[in-house]
Design a protein around this ligand. Sequence first.
Ligand code: 5GP
Ligand code: ZN
Length: 114
Amino acid sequence: MSDCLFCKICEGKIPAAITYRDDEVLAFKDVNPKAPFHQLVIPIRHVASLATADEKDAALLGKLMLVGARLARESGLADGGFRVVMNAGADAGQSVLHVHLHVLAGRPLAWPPG
Ligand code: 5GP
Ligand code: ZN
């Protein structure tokens, strides 16, 4: 989508600290990290929100989780623990309407989240 921030990152039109890329998925460091390790894993194909995703997105959504776990593992953070979060909709705080999985680690993470 031409006016989507994360599509522009996928297209290289906006710079990002990219940590992983394949044909379907891109990962990059969050510009405003909420933990020492905070990366976003997104589908390259524009999917607006988990709230509107459907069966055709199932494998892609699952892949975001596996890539996120691998990034945490490869950074040596899987043993200590990490969290994946996907905000969906305004009340959950979704500010970018292109599905993104937050991967957070590197400090104790409180529960429940705010
Ligand atoms: P949300 O609030 O939608 O769940 O998460 C959006 C995330 O994207 C936020 O954590 C925010 O810091 C991050 N973000 C917003 N704009 C940019 C950007 O231009 N570059 C990067 N790397 N992260 C961004
Ligand atoms: Zn997009």
